[in-house]
Design a protein. Structure first.
Length: 147
């Protein structure tokens, strides 16, 4: 079943809440990037269908950013309407990928994740000042999960 980035974001936000952790939109964006990378590498297919763009502060899924930008730098409310309406049961393999990345990132600050994503080849290859270039799936698949 194809998932959207909002489905995966909902799962991430929920996992953070269940582990009594908070997550900002900035941190969520970096986690989605690493989930997509791990899913491509471990499962052979993308975790979600949405594009990831190379922005100044690292990889971003534009529509997820747009939904949660109202929080600015505050933590996303797990009871947010968008979190609730985008919840779906993900397959066990993807759930395992999401859980692994959540575990690896839960204690890393958003800004440290920004720095780490800036060290990845897919972001570096596609980032251009004042442009929002799409990071190609093939580039993401070849990336290094440096967390």
């Amino acid at each position: 079943m194809p998932y959207t980035a909002l489905n995966v974001a909902s799962a991430v936000i929920t996992m953070f809440h269940q582990q009594e952790r908070e997550i900002s939109n900035l941190k969520l964006q970096k986690i989605l990037y690493y989930i997509q990378m791990k899913s491509l590498q471990d499962l052979g297919n993308p975790a979600f269908s949405d594009d990831i763009e190379a922005w100044r502060h690292g990889p971003v899924v534009r529509n997820v950013y747009s939904v949660y930008k109202k929080y600015i730098s505050k933590h996303i409310d797990p009871d947010d309407e968008s979190v609730q309406k985008n919840q779906t049961e993900v397959c066990p393999e993807l759930k395992s990928v999401i859980a692994d990345i959540v575990k690896r990132t839960r204690d890393i600050s958003a800004w440290d994740l920004v720095a780490k994503t800036h060290e990845t080849t897919p972001w570096m290859k596609n980032y251009r000042v004042n442009y929002s270039n799409t990071i190609q799936i093939d580039d993401i698949k070849k990336g290094s999960i440096n967390i």
